[in-house]
Design a protein around this ligand. Structure first.
Ligand SMILES: [Zn+2]
Length: 136
């Protein structure tokens, strides 16, 4: 008997939907402030630098480096038991934006801070594509 637990998935909101729709199209879209030019992530209604509400969505390349990481050998939740060890990473995009993701396609011994990464668009359901990273 296979008791596969259903994994929790992101639920797009009006504010975050452009980000998720972009991933489904193989694009990484980030908010940029029209008043201070700051990048904003996670998606929100106001700039995290100057509180302006004049934000626009821009495509970024996804070129990134590994800022920090951990390898989890116990599931972070029961639904992720089939994914351990998980390579959880904070990734820094070329624009300076840092985001939490997971590394794929790399052996633990080859993971090192500062390594160059490229995005992987992982379609996990009909409506959700997750952004992961692998060595460039
Ligand atoms: Zn701003």
């Amino acid at each position: 008997m296979d008791m596969q637990l259903e994994k929790p998935l992101p639920l797009p909101t009006p504010v975050t939907r452009p980000f998720w729709d972009g991933l489904a199209e193989g694009r990484i879209r980030m908010q940029r402030c029209l008043d201070c030019d700051g990048w904003v992530f996670y998606p929100r209604s106001h700039c995290s630098h100057c509180l302006s509400d004049r934000l626009e969505w821009r495509d970024v390349s996804g070129t990134a480096t590994l800022y920090t990481f951990t390898v989890t050998r116990q599931p972070t939740a029961p639904q992720f038991a089939d994914e351990v060890p998980q390579r959880i990473a904070v990734v820094e995009l070329a624009e300076g934006i840092r985001l939490t993701s997971t590394l794929v396609g790399v052996a633990d011994a080859d993971i090192h801070i500062g390594m160059r990464l490229q995005p992987v668009f992982d379609r996990v359901s009909d409506s959700v594509t997750m952004l992961r990273f692998r060595p460039a």
